[in-house]
Design a protein around this ligand. Structure first.
Ligand SMILES: *Cc1c(COP(=O)(O)O)cnc(C)c1O
Length: 456
């Protein structure tokens, strides 16, 4: 007997209240925030899909692990437990804990970056790109062509373009200190990278004598997609697929606020002794002693437990199916959504839904604000507000105008998601009434966090 309904593979053990608000209250809140959803107080938000980063629910066993945390400055047993859990999945020789993924990036690129260097990736995440460029190095995105096409149904839209990588490694021979692969490809819509593509990337890097690093934030979701979609992988344990991905690489950076199920944390892991030594020295400058890095002993314990839970097949089946559930329901009701549905988020195509609002009047912002006003659902504009302003002061339309609905791990139930579907359907049905926005004030950089808007 099989059943269609995928139930959450957990019971609720502790609850946080969700404050119900009215449209009038939300309208007042969003006006006070200058129509920027980053400016809201989160207790004015009912369903918060701004990000899946650090917003997941920890398990009973993670909270219990917190009590085991040993806060010794040096040589804490909590570090051993953390390192063992990391190496069980990622058998790299050196494991260096940091407070977040970007701290690991800052350290590795300080060590290997610099003017004249080039660091290719399938798609660099924004903090990764920023940390590379801050050292004067260049960040290059070489995802396959299908990865840039929102309508393509390719099963591994996060794949590296192997021919383009080969050309890049030849052109910049001697100036590429590492190649990065982001799994899953966050900036490309949470799309996975195949094992076959990772093998080819690894072989090419070896041929050119360049180390390969994983930006492994959503490694378990990526491994689940491999198990589901890649020929010959369906009978494997996810943990085993993860170990194979790790063995193809020479190191990794990690945000433990994603798949490791933490509210904070990250790490850098690698095999090269000399580089590890250099990175530990940098770690001590800005993060902390190598056995705690940027974290408390209790955080290390919670992450060690989270790493065991995230590779559980029941969890991953639920995780990927529940994101897909939201995406398919929206597609079925005619709301334009990026396809195929990724692992951690559903991306609404605001430019297509709000064809009457030109990109420079921010259709993504208009849709995100409408979802909030209508139902208290907070998504994140990923489009012209985020990418439209250039260092020379000019402004152009971004490649796409999307609203990302990111799903925090183990946090919302199916009825919460059914409510989100209804809110999206109602807003979409009334979409022709929505109007664009103009920017009233904005900072010089990263304007999407603090810009203020006015409706047109
Ligand atoms: C979140 C994220 C990062 C940065 O991690 P933080 O913990 O937010 O600093 C890097 N790469 C990817 C792919 C991410 O999703």
């Amino acid at each position: 007997m099989t059943f269609r309904t995928i139930i959450e593979p957990f019971r609720i053990h502790s609850v946080a209240p969700l404050r119900m608000t009215t449209p009038a209250q939300r309208r007042e809140a969003v006006i006070a925030a200058g129509y920027n959803l980053f400016g809201l107080h989160s207790d004015d938000v009912m369903i918060d899909l701004l990000t899946d980063s650090g917003t997941g629910a920890m398990s009973r066993d993670q909270w219990a692990a917190i009590q085991h945390g040993d806060e010794s400055y040096a040589g804490s047993p909590s570090f051993e437990i953390f390192r063992n859990a990391v190496q069980e999945l990622f058998p790299f020789k050196h494991v260096i804990p940091t407070h977040q993924g970007r701290a690991a990036e800052k350290i590795i690129f300080t060590a290997i970056g610099g003017a004249g260097k080039v660091i290719p990736s399938n798609t660099h995440f924004d903090t990764t790109r920023a940390n590379i460029e801050y050292t004067g190095a260049g960040a290059v995105d070489l995802v396959i062509a299908q990865g840039r096409d929102p309508a393509s149904e390719h099963p591994f839209k996060g794949n590296m373009d192997i021919a383009a990588l080969d050309a890049c490694l030849r052109e910049h021979a001697g100036h590429v200190p590492a190649v990065f692969v982001t799994i899953t490809n966050n900036s490309g819509g949470g799309q996975p990278v195949s094992l076959e593509n990772l093998r080819q990337t690894s072989a090419l890097c070896k041929q050119h004598g360049v180390p390969l690093f994983l930006d492994a934030c959503r490694f378990a979701e990526n491994a689940w997609f491999i198990r589901e979609r890649e020929p010959g992988q369906h009978d494997r344990e996810v943990a085993d697929i993860v170990r194979e991905m790790a063995r193809l690489a020479d190191g990794m950076t990690m945000s433990a606020k994603k798949d490791p199920m933490g509210n904070i944390g990250g790490w850098l892991a690698l095999n090269d002794d000399e580089l590890a030594e250099q990175c530990r020295t940098l770690l001590i400058l800005t993060e902390g002693f190598p056995t705690y890095g940027g974290l408390a002993g209790r955080d290390l314990e919670a992450l060690a437990q989270g790493l065991k839970e995230v590779v559980d097949h029941d969890y991953l089946r639920y995780r990927i199916r529940s994101t897909d559930y939201l995406g398919q329901a929206l597609l079925k009701s005619g709301v334009p959504v990026m396809r195929p549905i990724g692992g951690h988020a559903v991306y609404l195509d605001a430019r297509s839904l709000l064809g009457h609002i030109p990109p420079l009047q921010y259709p993504g912002q208009a849709l995100a604000v409408a979802l909030y006003e209508a139902g208290g659902v907070r998504g994140c504009e990923i489009g012209t507000v985020m990418f439209g302003r250039h260092p020379d002061g000019s402004e152009t339309a971004a490649a796409m105008d999307l609203v990302r609905l990111a799903i925090p791990r183990r946090t919302y139930t199916q009825s919460h998601i059914d409510y989100v579907i209804e809110v999206c359907q109602q807003v979409a049905a009334d979409a022709h009434h929505l109007r664009g926005y103009r920017i009233v004030s904005e900072p010089r950089q990263l304007r999407h966090f603090t810009a203020r808007f006015a409706p047109l």
